[in-house]
Design a protein around this ligand. Structure first.
Ligand code: ADP
Length: 476
C-alpha cells in the first residue's frame, strides 16, 4: 500500500517523546513489510542534514504566508523516505519543535502546523507533481490533523484518511481569529466541525473529518470515551466509536536491543544476564551513586503532571528509609525539576538526578536499573515500561491506559507491579512489593527472564493498521 504519514516528530530527525519512536518504528515495519511509505515532517534546523535530504520540488506559497520547498531524504538508520517541508520563516528557529528557548510555545504554531497539514493534503493529491499518490494519509496528533481535514473540504477523489491520537491532552486549540489563516473554509469552524469550547481545535478537525481514528492502546481507546479521560472530546469520540480503533504501539526492537546496544557498557541478553551488574555499576558511576547492590529504581520521563512524578516524590521519603537507590532522567516542569534536584542533594550517593534530555543515558538507565517506575495519572500507551521489560528492569506502573495493556502484576502471573489509586501510598506499596521480591534473587531473575522474553515488536500493530487503512479507503 502507498501510505503518506504526516507527523511533527520522527526518531533520528527530531524527538521530544514517544510519538517520534512510534513514527520511526511503525514506518520502518511497514517499509520492511513491503509497503510504499513516506513520512512528511517540517524541516526543523538540522533535519535536512540528518535526513541527507536534497531539494525535490518547489511548493509555491501553500498558505499565502511565504514560499515552501519540499526536500527529500531518509529517516536516519532506516530506508524510509522522508519528505521535509522547508519553510525557514516558520521552522528555522532556536528551541524545540513546539516551544522556543524561553519555554513558551511559538506564537505562530497554528501557521507552522497548518502548513504541515496543507502540504500533506497537496502531496496526497499531487500525482502529476510527484509521480506518486498515496492510498492513505495517516496523520499523527494535532500537528498533522489539518491534512485529513483539508482533504475532506477539498472534496473530489482523495485517499483514505486516518488520524492517530498519541495524547488527547494536546489538542492544538487556538483563538478562532486564526481560522482565516489555516487554510480551511470558515464553515469548518462549527460545532460539528473544528470548534471546541470557543476555540479552533486542530485535533478535533482531524477527528471529525478523518475516515478512521486510532489511538495507541485498547484501554486508552475506552478511557477517552469517558468524561474523565476524554479531555472535553469524549462526546465526539463516543459518537465516532465505530471508526475508533485502539492499536497498541510496538517498540523498535532493533533500536532497543540490549544484546547490541552501543549506548551501554556491557551488552547482555537472557544468557548473559549477569552482565547487567556491570551496567548497574556504570550507571551508578555516571550518576554519582554509591556502587552497592541495593535495589536501583529508575525513571525516564517527561516531568509533567501526567507522569505522576509527584506521587513518586511523595512516596520516596518513606522508601528511602530502607536501602534503595533512585536514578531519574527527565526534563519538563521547572517545579518538579528543582524538587528532584533538592532530593538528590538531600540524599547524596543514593538519589541521582539528571535534568535534561539524553537518549544515550536513557538506554543506560534501562540497562542498569533493577526496576523502572511509571506512575502516570493517564498514559495513552507508554513506551518506557516496554523498554524496561526488554532490558530486564521490572516495571512499577499505575494501572491505566497502555500501561494496563502491557504490564501484568506478579500476583496475576505477570512480571510487573501495578497499582490503581492516584496516590503516593498506593505507589509506595507497589514499590515495597517489588523491593520485597528483589531480596529473593532467584525469583527476581526468573521475573527478569520472563520480562525479557516478551515480544513488543511492530508486526502485530502494522497488521492492525493495514486493516484500518483498508476500512479508510473503502469509505472514500
Ligand atoms: P511520552 O510520549 O508521553 O513522553 P512515552 O513513554 O510514550 O511517553 O515515550 C517517551 C519517550 O521519550 C521514550 O522513548 C523515553 O525513553 C523518552 N524520554 C523521555 N524523557 C527522556 C529524557 N529526559 N531523555 C531521554 N529520553 C527520554
Amino acid at each position: 500500500m502507498r501510505i503518506l504519514h504526516v507527523a511533527s516528530e520522527a526518531t533520528g530527525l527530531v524527538k521530544t517523546g514517544g510519538l517520534a519512536d512510534v513514527v520511526t518504528g511503525l514506518t520502518r515495519a511497514q517499509h520492511d513489510a513491503g509497503d510504499d511509505v513516506r513520512v512528511l515532517l517540517p524541516a526543523y534546523p538540522g533535519c535536512a542534514q540528518r535526513a541527507d535530504a536534497t531539494v525535490s520540488h518547489a511548493l509555491g506559497d501553500p498558505l499565502g504566508f511565504g514560499p515552501a520547498r519540499l526536500l527529500e531524504g531518509r529517516i536516519p538508520g532506516t530506508s524510509t523516505p522522508a519528505w521535509l517541508v522547508d519553510a525557514p520563516s516558520l521552522y528555522a528557529r532556536d528551541g524545540g519543535p513546539y516551544v522556543g528557548s524561553d519555554g513558551h510555545p511559538y506564537a505562530d504554531n497554528h501557521l507552522r502546523f497548518a502548513l504541515l497539514g496543507r502540504v500533506g493534503a497537496i502531496l496526497a493529491t499531487a500525482g502529476p507533481l510527484l509521480g506518486w499518490e498515496p492510498e492513505v494519509v495517516h496523520a499523527h496528533d494535532w500537528q498533522a490533523a489539518l491534512a485529513p481535514a483539508t482533504l475532506r473540504w477539498w472534496g473530489g477523489a482523495r485517499p483514505g484518511t486516518v488520524t492517530t491520537i498519541h495524547n488527547l491532552r494536546f489538542q492544538g486549540r487556538f483563538d478562532p481569529a486564526v481560522v482565516p489563516e489555516v487554510g480551511l473554509p470558515v464553515e469548518a469552524y462549527a460545532v460539528e466541525g473544528a470548534e471546541a469550547y470557543g476555540s479552533f481545535c486542530f485535533l478535533k478537525a482531524g477527528l471529525v473529518y478523518s475516515d478512521r481514528i486510532t489511538t495507541v492502546s485498547p484501554t486508552y481507546a475506552e478511557e477517552i470515551q469517558s468524561e474523565l479521560g476524554g479531555e472535553g472530546l469524549h462526546g465526539l469520540l463516543r459518537h465516532r466509536k465505530d471508526a475508533l480503533h485502539g492499536i497498541l504501539n510496538g517498540i523498535d526492537e532493533s533500536a532497543w536491543n540490549p544484546s547490541d546496544d552501543p549506548a551501554i557498557e556491557a551488552p547482555f541478553d537472557a544468557q548473559r544476564l549477569t552482565r547487567r551488574a556491570t551496567n548497574k555499576r556504570a550507571l551508578q558511576r555516571e550518576l554519582g551513586l554509591e556502587p552497592t547492590d541495593a535495589p536501583l529504581l529508575g525513571v525516564v520521563s517527561r516531568l509533567s503532571d501526567q507522569k505522576g512524578i509527584d506521587l513518586l516524590l511523595g512516596a520516596l521519603p518513606r522508601l528511602l528509609q530502607a536501602p534503595l537507590q533512585v536514578a531519574v532522567l527527565g526534563s519538563g516542569d521547572p517545579g518538579l525539576e528543582s524538587t528532584l534536584r533538592d532530593l538528590a542533594r538531600a540524599h547524596p550517593r543514593r538519589v541521582g538526578v539528571f535534568i535534561g534530555y539524553d537518549e544515550g543515558l536513557s538506554h543506560r538507565v534501562f540497562a542498569g536499573a533493577d526496576m523502572m517506575c511509571v506512575p502516570s495519572r493517564f498514559e495513552p500507551c507508554g513506551l518506557t515500561q516496554m523498554y524496561a521489560m526488554r532490558y530486564g528492569a521490572l516495571p512499577v506502573v499505575r494501572f491505566t491506559g497502555g500501561l494496563a495493556d502491557t504490564v501484568r502484576d506478579v500476583s496475576a502471573g505477570g512480571c510487573g507491579f501495578t497499582f490503581e489509586d492516584i496516590d503516593a501510598g498506593a505507589l509506595g506499596h507497589a514499590i515495597e512489593r517489588a523491593l520485597h521480591l528483589y531480596a529473593d534473587r532467584d525469583a527476581w531473575t526468573r521475573l527478569q527472564l520472563q520480562a525479557m522474553r516478551r515480544s513488543f515488536g511492530w508486526d502485530d500493530a502494522a497488521k492492525r493498521y493495514a486493516e484500518v487503512y483498508a476500512a479508510a479507503t473503502a469509505s472514500t
